[in-house]
Design a protein around this ligand. Structure first.
Ligand SMILES: *Cc1c(COP(=O)(O)O)cnc(C)c1O
Length: 414
């Protein structure tokens, strides 16, 4: 029989792990150790030469373990498994999504550079970009999802800093409105403003659709970042992040990670490997449930509008969806008729769904973006993005869909 290229879900239980190196244990143990013993001084020297980039790794040379800030089996095996979903060359795992994002931004931006980013962004990312980076002399320029490729190019041209552009950072679908940004168009913009001396990179935060439903590297992105706290972890019990791309770019990110010291620890690595075994079944069930919930909300008399990727009306948005998204996902928002009072009454009366921020987990969560996740967003931007007091955001879990619909119905009826 010919070799078959196995799908990621078939490899999540075993890929990159050799039981015979760990007493035959079927699962990768937690390597709860800070440092690793070298067999000889010569071996220690060789490991450091490669780790510090003093020379290239030999063709058949095994990269040895040194110290858990540089490498650890739970981290390395997890990173190898994560590359499979996005078909990436390399991956770096961090102790949070924010540490993955900020390390990437700091590695690819230097004082005087221009960063172009999409609105709205995750609150933490938005704060880092608009409040922290400028204090290091980095210029920032935001654009809305309604902007066409030509309008974005005009924006860069008229900024007076087009030669300084070094990174484009986008989040699509946008949270909480599900607005889509065209990844291919952004990668073309990055190419257009690249020169021989300076390549402009494109980074996509793919947390909202997760590694199953959108693969930005295939559409021209250079780097993908995730809050692994969300779908990848999937059980609301761990904070983590990851970054994927080419060997070259992830090599740079890992070098900075070594000195920032924000890599994930062995326990986080082990938990995420456990989570990855069920990633696909969880996400598929979540998407099925989300569709049932969206269908119910669509015709409910107390609901004004539903923001769900399955219901796109705008032709441009629909075309982007068809090009780059593989599912409407399990995140949706809706406007209740009324305002904050009606929205809060709904949230306070839920019985199964939990009133909490975060997303992508086995349990369904509900929250009020205007006063919670997006409380810090500039009020004008908030209203131009439709994030109003009547909006509720739902993250749909793996519960029984009829039970969820019953819960939503009774909370809307109070
Ligand atoms: C949660 C989230 C983050 C931040 O990740 P943490 O794991 O909380 O640090 C970044 N981007 C998006 C889209 C998120 O939802």
């Amino acid at each position: 029989m010919k070799n078959k290229k196995l799908n990621p879900e078939s490899l999540m239980m075993s890929y990159g792990y050799d039981p015979h190196l760990s007493e035959g244990a079927i699962k990768c143990p937690i390597f709860q150790t800070s440092t690793f013993v070298f067999k000889t001084a010569e071996e220690g020297k060789a490991f450091f030469e490669v780790a510090y980039g003093l020379r290239e790794k030999g063709e058949n040379e095994e990269l040895g373990l040194i110290y858990s800030r540089l490498n650890n089996p739970d981290l390395e095996i997890l990173e190898d498994r994560l590359t499979l979903w996005d078909d990436a060359e390399a991956c770096a795992v961090f102790e949070s999504g924010m540490s993955a994002i900020t390390t990437c931004l700091l590695e690819f931006l230097k004082p005087g550079d221009l960063l172009l980013y999409s609105n709205p962004l995750y609150g933490g990312t938005d704060h880092f970009i608009t409040s922290f980076l400028p204090s290091y002399g980095i210029h920032t320029l935001g654009f809305d999802p309604s902007k066409s490729k030509e309008e974005i190019i005009d924006l860069i041209e008229s900024s007076g800093m087009k030669d300084k552009l070094s990174l484009i950072y986008i989040e699509t679908p946008a949270n909480p409105t599900n607005d889509l940004i065209d990844i291919t168009a952004c990668s073309e913009i990055a190419k257009q403003f690249s020169s021989d001396e300076k390549k402009v990179y494109l980074t996509v935060d793919n947390t909202y659709l997760g590694p199953l439903w959108q693969h930005p590297l295939k559409h021209g992105a250079d780097l993908v970042v995730y809050s692994a706290t969300k779908y990848i972890g999937g059980h609301s019990d761990v904070i983590a992040g990851s970054c994927l791309g080419s060997n070259e770019l992830i090599g740079r990110v890992k070098t900075l990670r070594t000195f920032m010291g924000n890599m994930a620890g062995p326990w986080t690595g082990w938990l995420l490997m456990r989570s990855l075994e069920t990633l696909k079944v969880r996400m598929e069930q979540q998407a099925k449930n989300a569709f049932a919930v969206a269908e119910f909300l669509k015709t409910h008399p107390k609901v004004e509008s539903v923001y769900y990727l399955g219901y796109l009306e705008d032709e441009n948005q629909k075309a982007i969806f068809d090009k780059q998204c593989l599912s409407p996902g399990a995140m949706l928002s809706f406007d209740v008729k009324g305002g904050e009072k009606e929205a809060f009454s709904f949230l306070n009366n839920l019985k199964i769904m939990k009133l909490a921020v975060s997303l992508g987990s086995t349990e369904s969560l509900a929250q009020h973006p205007a006063s919670m996740t997006h409380a810090g967003v500039n009020p004008e931007l908030k209203s131009s993005l439709n994030i109003s007091d009547k909006m509720i955001r739902l993250s749909i879990g793996v519960e029984n869909a009829d039970d969820l619909i019953w819960d939503i119905d009774q909370a809307l009826s109070v």
